[in-house]
Design a protein around this ligand. Sequence first.
Ligand SMILES: N[C@@H](CCC(=O)N[C@@H](CS)C(=O)NCC(=O)O)C(=O)O
Length: 228
Amino acid sequence: MKIYDRAGFPNPARIRIVLNIKNLEEQIEFGSVDRIGAEHKQPAFLAKNPFGVIPVLELDDGTFISECTAITEYLDNLDGKPVLTGITPREKALIHMMQKRAEAELIDPVGLYFHHATPGLGTTLQAYKSPDWSGRGDWGNQQRDRAVKGMAYFDTVLQERSFVAGSTFSMSDITVFAGLMFAEAAGITVPEDARSLRAWRARVAELPGVKQRSGQTFLPEDLKRLGF
Ligand SMILES: N[C@@H](CCC(=O)N[C@@H](CS)C(=O)NCC(=O)O)C(=O)O
């Protein structure tokens, strides 16, 4: 199996956490995609995922699977002992419900804010993402506000339960965790009063499999190209 991604980026981080938890890293070959140079918008990559986003998993038979939820389902069920995607119909339904919310109300709006209301990953990619970018980005700022509301929502959820979809850790926790990592990198802070969310984050950061990824940031060469 091969994964096309870029270390340090938030959606790739979701799958790297899954690989750690499932002890699959040794079985995976990684192909590094130059996002700042917009390699993922060129025909060779679009043949793997027509929507031009990473990560993408390539199976040994040449099948390409994109979307973190689909990749996670595949990897989690490979050994017949799923630990992240639920076992009973009820568990599966709740995990998928919260996974969708974590994407729609947190990690996706953070990405839209980053690419449409800030310089994002620089001018090469901006031409593909937001060609009319003016530096004001009203629509992008609304996405930031949506992400902050999403944080407030997950805070209320975590006042009542230990993990995002119930009493056990699941892929929806990974998505919220990566969403907060991305928010921080994009300059959106978790509200001070979101105490349950903050406490959950500190707890999740220490879990085996997540811990190895907790402190990871963009690759040094990517930061240098972005002028940091
Ligand atoms: N819904 C997708 C989101 C993937 C995504 O947005 N990945 C980012 C990297 S963190 C990306 O490749 N963005 C490229 C772009 O939008 O130009 C998933 O679950 O895999």
